[in-house]
Design a protein around this ligand. Structure first.
Ligand code: ATP
Length: 326
């Protein structure tokens, strides 16, 4: 029998579509196990300020399909200090919270790991970030939706650009990871995908674009992750234009559109699974771990590995995208 009777759930860091589905799954699973569940508003900031709200089954009705997070999110500087975390701990104690479910990215997990070393309240993490850059899960919540949003935007760009001699540089999110760019590039037939994990020289990119020009391609597309080694889409467009001006080049930055919108079916299922297993994991005695899905099976990874180990895009996918782009 677990001693856990009251759980708190919160979302932290950048929001991602599907976080609401995870909150709903946490609340409904906790309720099924006769636990009391509290939502903390605005992540660690709310924990510090004592902003707790009792959640029941009805509070999470009709949210599964909504983007954003009903619990709001925040970046909280004071939680980075021992004094701030002590106040947060006192607030958890004052509300009789026995365990926490943290939904967020690696910063959120870092905070949770430090906290659960200092205090005796177990934490379990759910990876919610559109970047998909968390070790210990094949996919993070929000990634699939963000890719679908980027693909839809690129499809629209393609419709207008197809009749001109145009080269479009489309920038997608990913300061440190190229997962969104790679999947968007493959799905939209990009001539090249520029991601932080691989170094592509400008001359090689131009060589690739020239192949398209040679076969009289009217429209070419380069998908650029914002953290690409040669700079973002605007920088790249300039660098390419200096050496190769066959095309009229344009830049589109999709930006925050990628964070919003209704979660895809895949994200809804993923978030539901992760929320469900986070609660059952806590009841099973799990602590200081993040829940993930690897090869379609639930896996728990210690926070320290989820934070420190790097997940990189599949090399086969990168090679395939280069070959198909020719
Ligand atoms: P995203 O991947 O979308 O940026 P994230 O969870 O990585 O999400 P961060 O802003 O990096 O977002 O972290 C969220 C919060 O976690 C921070 O605002 C801070 O309160 C807490 N946090 C991050 N790093 C630490 C740390 N080293 N010590 C204590 N708390 C931390």
């Amino acid at each position: 029998m677990s001693h856990i009777k009251r759980i708190a759930v919160f979302t932290s860091g950048g929001d991602a579509p599907g976080m609401n589905a995870a909150i709903r799954a946490v609340v409904r699973t906790a309720t099924y196990h006769d636990l009391h569940i509290y939502g903390i508003i605005r992540g660690y900031q709310g924990m510090y300020e004592g902003n707790f709200q009792r959640l029941e089954t009805n509070n999470v009705g009709n949210i599964l399909h909504r983007g954003g997070t009903i619990l709001k999110t925040a970046r909280c500087e004071v939680f980075r200090t021992p004094e701030g975390r002590k106040v947060a701990y006192e607030n958890l104690q004052a509300n009789d919270i026995d365990a926490c479910v943290a939904i967020g990215g690696d910063g959120t997990f870092t905070g949770a790991q430090i906290f659960s070393k200092e205090f005796d309240i177990p934490f379990i993490g759910i990876p919610g970030t559109i970047d998909n850059d968390i070790y210990g899960t094949d996919y993070t919540i929000g990634f699939d939706t963000a890719v679908n949003t980027a693909i839809e935007a690129v499809d629209r760009i393609r419709d207008t650009a197809d009749s001109h001699n145009r080269l479009f540089f489309v920038e997608v999110m990913g300061r440190h990871a190229g997962f969104i760019a790679l999947n968007t590039g493959i799905s939209s037939g990009a001539a090249a995908v520029m991601i932080p994990e691989t170094e592509i020289k400008i001359d090689d990119l131009i060589k690739q674009l020239k192949k398209g020009a040679k076969r009289k391609k009217l429209f070419s597309l380069v998908i650029v992750a914002e953290g690409n080694q040669n700079g973002g889409a605007s920088d790249l467009a300039k660098l390419v234009k200096e050496k190769f001006d066959y095309y009229d080049s344009k830049v589109a930055i999709i930006g925050h559109l990628q964070r919003g919108g209704a979660p895809s079916g895949m994200d809804r299922v993923l978030a539901s699974r992760m929320g469900f297993h986070a609660v059952e994991g806590l009841l099973d005695g799990k602590n200081n771990v993040a829940v993930g899905v690897v090869n379609n099976k639930i896996k728990f990874t210690p926070f320290k590995d989820a934070i420190s180990k790097t997940k990189t895009p599949n090399k086969d996918l990168i090679r395939m995208s280069e070959i198909l782009a020719q």
